[in-house]
Write a protein that binds this ligand. Structure first.
Ligand code: C2O
Ligand code: CU
Length: 489
C-alpha cells in the first residue's frame, strides 16, 4: 500500500463491528482478583488482536496476551504490586502514567531503573495516593512498544465512588495497517517524527473496532476515556448527548458540560458522566472532528430497552479531591520553557507556518507529498527542542533543579507549527492560563495539549523527590528530542 493510500484510508476509518462486540467494547475487563490487593503479573509479549473485525487476528504486542492489557483496578491508598515479565525480544519497562509514584517506580529506563532485559523481571510496588483514571505503558522505545499495543488502564477507585449504573473504560488508539492488514513498519521514521507523529488509519476502542454503546433510558454511565495513540489527537463531539466532565487526567474537575469538542491529546484522559435521558430507539453519534476534512463517526450511543429509572438523575456532585498540594503562586519560582523545532523552520522556504498547522489537522504526510516527497527531508532536518536542546536517551542534565516543596510555575511557549501534549512525570499540575487568559477550571492535568504557537502557564508543588521526565507525548516527537528532566531535591 502506498503512503498515499494509507493516508486516504484515514478518511474512511475501519469502524465496524456488530452487536456481539457491544459489551466487549466497553465493559470492565475482568481481571482475576482485581479488587483485592496483592501481586499481579504483567507479561509483555507478542500476541494478536482483532483490530479490524472479530475474525481478524493481527500480530501485536500486548500484556498477558491482550490489547489493552488487563484493566488494573484498585482502591485509593491500597498497596499495589506488579511483577513485570519481559517476553519481548528487546528491553522494556512499565511507566504508570499520571500516578504520583516514588521515583524508583516510575519506569524510565536508565533514569529510574535499569531496563528489563528479554527474559527478565522487575517488581513494581507503590501505594497510589490519588483516585482516578490512569494508564500504564512502557517507556523504552515507546514509539514502537506502545505503537504495537503495549498499554492498559489503571483505575484507582474513590473510597466512595459516584453512583453510576456502569463504569466503562475506553482506550482509544489508532493503528497504521498496510494493505495486508498488518501493522506497517517504519516506527520512528524521521518523516513521522518531524511532522505530526505516526498517525494511523484504523481506530480501535479497547483493541477492537468501535461498536455502538447500548444503554437503557435514564441509565447513567461513567465513561473513562484514555487516548493511548502515539500521535493522534481526538476532538470528540458528543452532539446532543452533552455529557458532564468530572475529571481530567484522573484529577477531579468542577463538573461541567462541554462547550466545544473534547480535545484529547495522546496520553490524556477524561472521565465523563453520561445520562441517557432519551427514549428507547434513539441514537446519538459520537464524532471525532479534530482533523479538518477527516471528521468521522467514531461510534454511536443507542438507547434501548426498559428505562432504568423514571427520570434522569440529578447532575453529579464533584468527585472528592485528591491530596495534591496546592501551588503557592505568590512565592512560585518561575521558569520559561520554549518548545521548538520540527518542520516550521524549513517551511519558511516553501510554505507558511499556517500551512504546517493545517497539515497537522488534515493528517500527517500530505504536506510531504505536495512538497515533493522525501527528497526535501534531507538537508535542513532538525530535531525537536526544549529550551534549545534536542535531547537523546533518558538521562539528561536537568533543565530545572528545585528544592523539595517549591512551587514551580512553568511559563511554556510552543514556538512550533504543531500541536504537542506536554507531560510531566511524578506530579500533577494546575493549568493556570492559556495565551494570558486564566483557564476557567484551573484544571489539574499531567499532560497539557498545546496548540501551535500557544503559551500555557502551569504550576505545581515540586514535592516528589527525584529526576522526572518532562516530554511531548507524541511518542515520535519525544524520541526526536522533545524531552527534558526536572529534578526535585
Ligand atoms: Cu505516558 Cu513519559 O509517559
Ligand atoms: Cu510534540
Amino acid at each position: 500500500m502506498t503512503r498515499r493510500a494509507v493516508l486516504a484510508g484515514s478518511g474512511a476509518l475501519a469502524i465496524g463491528g456488530g452487536l456481539a462486540a457491544v459489551l466487549g467494547a466497553g465493559g470492565r475487563t475482568p481481571v482475576g482478583a482485581s479488587t483485592t490487593a496483592g501481586r499481579r503479573v504483567l507479561k509483555a509479549g507478542t500476541t494478536s488482536a482483532p483490530l479490524i473485525d472479530e475474525a481478524s487476528q493481527i500480530p501485536v504486542w500486548g500484556y498477558n496476551g491482550s490489547v489493552p492489557g488487563p484493566a488494573l483496578r484498585l482502591g485509593q491508598g491500597e498497596a499495589f504490586e506488579v511483577l513485570l515479565e519481559n517476553a519481548l525480544e528487546e528491553e522494556t519497562t512499565i511507566h504508570w502514567h499520571g500516578v504520583r509514584v516514588p521515583n524508583t517506580m516510575d519506569g524510565v529506563p536508565h533514569l529510574t531503573q535499569p531496563p528489563v532485559e528479554p527474559g527478565g523481571r522487575f517488581r513494581y510496588a507503590f501505594t497510589p495516593e490519588d483516585a482516578g483514571t490512569f494508564w500504564y505503558h512502557p517507556h523504552q522505545r515507546s514509539f514502537e512498544q506502545v505503537g504495537r499495543g503495549l498499554y492498559g488502564p489503571l483505575i484507582i477507585e474513590e473510597a466512595e465512588p459516584p453512583q453510576v449504573d456502569r463504569d466503562l473504560v475506553w482506550m482509544l488508539d489508532d493503528w497504521r495497517l498496510n494493505d495486508q492488514g498488518q501493522i506497517s513498519g517504519g516506527f520512528g521514521s524521521r518523516h513521522d517524527a518531524m511532522m505530526a507523529g505516526r498517525i494511523g488509519n484504523t481506530i480501535t476502542i479497547n483493541g477492537k473496532p468501535a461498536a455502538p454503546l447500548i444503554a437503557r433510558p435514564n441509565e447513567r454511565i461513567r465513561l473513562r476515556l484514555v487516548n493511548a495513540a502515539n500521535a493522534r489527537i481526538f476532538g470528540l463531539d458528543f452532539g446532543e448527548l452533552d455529557p458532564m466532565v468530572v475529571a481530567l487526567d484522573g484529577q477531579p474537575v468542577e463538573p461541567h458540560r462541554l462547550s466545544a469538542p473534547l480535545l484529547l491529546g495522546p496520553a490524556m484522559r477524561a472521565d465523563l458522566i453520561v445520562d441517557f435521558d432519551y427514549p428507547a430507539g434513539t441514537r446519538h453519534s459520537l464524532r471525532d472532528v479534530f482533523y479538518d476534512g477527516l471528521e468521522y463517526e467514531l461510534t454511536t450511543f443507542e438507547c434501548q430497552g426498559k428505562e432504568v429509572r423514571e427520570r434522569r438523575l440529578p447532575d453529579p456532585a464533584p468527585l472528592p479531591p485528591n491530596p495534591v498540594a496546592e501551588p503557592e503562586l505568590a512565592t512560585a519560582e518561575r521558569h520559561r520553557i520554549i518548545f521548538g523545532g520540527g518542520m516550521m523552520g524549513m517551511m519558511g522556504r516553501t510554505a507558511s507556518g499556517s500551512d504546517a498547522r493545517n497539515e497537522q489537522r488534515t493528517g500527517s504526510g500530505m504536506m510531504m507529498e505536495r512538497m515533493g516527497g522525501s527528497g526535501m527531508m534531507s538537508g535542513g532536518m532538525m530535531g525537536w527542542t526544549v529550551n534549545g536542546v534536542s535531547a537523546s536517551g533518558h538521562v539528561h542534565d536537568p533543565i530545572i533543579s528545585a528544592a523539595r516543596g517549591t512551587t514551580l510555575l512553568l511559563d511554556m511557549t510552543n514556538e512550533t507549527a504543531w500541536w504537542h501534549p506536554i507531560h510531566l512525570h511524578g506530579h500533577s499540575f494546575r493549568v493556570l492560563s492559556r495565551d494570558g487568559q486564566p483557564t476557567r477550571y484551573q484544571e489539574w492535568q499531567d499532560t497539557v495539549l498545546m496548540a501551535p504557537e500557544e503559551r500555557v502557564e502551569i504550576a505545581f508543588v515540586a514535592d516528589n523527590p527525584g529526576d522526572w521526565m518532562f516530554h511531548c507525548h507524541i511518542l515520535e516527537h519525544q524520541a526526536a528530542g522533545m524531552m527534558a528532566t526536572i529534578r526535585v531535591n
